[in-house]
Design a protein around this ligand. Structure first.
Ligand SMILES: [Fe+2]
Length: 461
């Protein structure tokens, strides 16, 4: 954690976020102001009428102390101006830089998606000064999130275009993608950058970014209800395992589901693949295994787009690293089987007649994992035999079957981690209808809690 992050003092959690409260966003503005002045364009008043900052004041580390822990008369974003904000031209340049620095996007642009198609969607930014402000703060203070946002925006636009949606709809989906995570600018940075495993409360706080993004966007003139809905739905999943409302496919909008799959593949790539030197091509088996969660058509389109790029699948390991790789896979395989068996036992032993929608969603996830992975080669004797021979005979390369099994294994670890976390949140939320069932789940969870955080994957929001 950097010193800047430690200096945040105004990021207390609130169960219901209000655009009038002063939180992390004020700290980000003050930090930005050191290089790109942020000035009050009107007197900034507290909700009770107290004058906090006069018009033309500079928002810096010193002056924002007066805003701390106050509820304002108007949202802070409406009362300030940043000297240099990201323009439509800047956004276009940032997208072009992203494409040119990413082999995969470059290949797509050359084959099917000309760079000229970006100009009209970027031009929409000119009429949305508040969105310009949020992107400016994000680019300066949460640059990694800004870069991911650009990638999600490109993917969303490309999927919409491949679906042959009208240009107006594709533009709205692009704008929804550009703004979907603005709520992150209001979260407690100490939780966002926490080095330890997040608690259930922490996850709830992180997940609240959806509600915050929704509240911010619905008050911006020029942002349509379709854009707001897509943003609200970007973490929902077609099989009811998403948040905040656990909606199912028939309740979700097409723009929301395009944004959801775009956000998901960018998350998979950046959170789990990029650091390991893995490539976009490897997203395909992950997507295939999660088809129930996403709109079928959008999954097909993403797979086709990635394959069309014709970029090769790299070797996972070769030479002297192979026996050790095989031994690690064997150990993880056993670990995953034990974890899965205990999770399934815990969630299915409480029966299915409880009438609790959230508990049904958890049980559906464990059944989905069972169906997906029982049929795969993960639990088959053939894989174990191949790995044992690779571990003992000092092989110097791995077969395609083992390479695919490695991807499936990592995917299973991710799913078990995610389900364990969902179960933990369900238990601690106190929303369970039957205290006896909740207690049984708590007892079962105690047994599996040792598995959480010990897999090779770190799930993200
Ligand atoms: Fe998000």
């Amino acid at each position: 954690m950097s010193r800047d992050q430690q200096s945040f003092v105004s990021s207390e959690r609130s169960p219901v976020w209000s655009p009038l409260q002063v939180g992390a966003y004020a700290d980000y503005l003050a930090l930005l102001s050191a290089t790109n002045p942020v000035v009050a364009v009107e007197d900034i008043l507290a909700r009770d009428g107290e004058l906090l900052l006069t018009q033309a004041s500079l928002l810096d580390q010193k002056s924002i102390v007066r805003l701390k822990n106050k509820m304002l008369a108007r949202p802070l974003a409406d009362s300030i101006r940043i000297e240099k904000t990201i323009t439509a031209g800047d956004l276009l340049q940032h997208l072009l830089d992203t494409i040119r620095s990413t082999e995969y996007f470059q290949s797509l642009a050359e084959r099917k998606h000309p760079l000229s198609s970006l100009e009209p969607v970027c031009a929409m930014l000119s009429d949305l000064p508040l969105v310009q402000q949020f992107l400016t703060v994000m680019a300066a203070q949460m640059n990694d999130l800004y870069h991911r946002t650009l990638c999600v925006s490109l993917w969303s636009l490309y999927i919409a275009q491949e679906m042959r949606l009208p240009a107006h709809d594709s533009g709205e989906i692009f704008l929804a993608a550009l703004t979907h995570d603005v709520g992150m600018l209001h979260l407690n940075p100490q939780i966002l950058h926490k080095p330890d495993e997040l608690t259930a409360d922490d996850w709830q706080h992180v997940q609240s970014h959806v509600d915050i993004s929704t509240k911010i966007l619905r008050d911006i003139p020029g942002v349509s209800p379709a854009i707001v809905t897509a943003v609200t739905e970007h973490h929902e999943r077609c099989d009811g395992t998403g948040y905040p409302f656990a909606k199912v496919e028939s309740e979700l909008s097409i723009p929301g589901q395009i944004l959801a799959v775009a956000d998901a593949i960018v998350g998979i790539y950046f959170n789990r693949f990029k650091a390991q030197g893995r490539r976009w091509r490897e997203v395909i088996p992950v997507l295939e295994m999660n088809r129930a969660a996403y709109l079928y058509r959008s999954c097909d389109i993403v797979t086709t787009m990635i394959l069309r790029s014709e970029l090769p699948l790299p070797n996972l390991v070769s030479g002297s690293g192979v026996p050790e790789f095989a031994e690690r896979m064997l150990q993880q395989n056993l670990h995953l089987q034990n974890w899965f068996t205990q999770l399934r036992e815990c969630l299915t032993s409480v029966g299915y007649t409880h009438g609790d929608r959230k508990l049904h969603a958890l049980q559906n996830v464990v059944l989905h994992i069972a169906t997906t992975f029982k049929g795969s080669l993960l639990f088959k004797e053939d894989l174990r035999e191949s790995l044992e021979s690779m571990a003992s005979e000092e092989a110097d390369s791995i077969s395609k079957v083992v390479a695919d099994a490695s991807l499936v294994q990592q995917e299973m670890a991710f799913h078990l981690q995610r389900l364990s976390r969902m179960m933990q949140m369900y238990i601690s939320s106190g929303e369970g209808k039957d205290p006896k069932i909740t207690q049984r789940l708590q007892d079962g969870f105690t047994k599996i809690s040792g598995y959480i955080g010990s897999s090779t994957n770190t799930p993200q929001s």
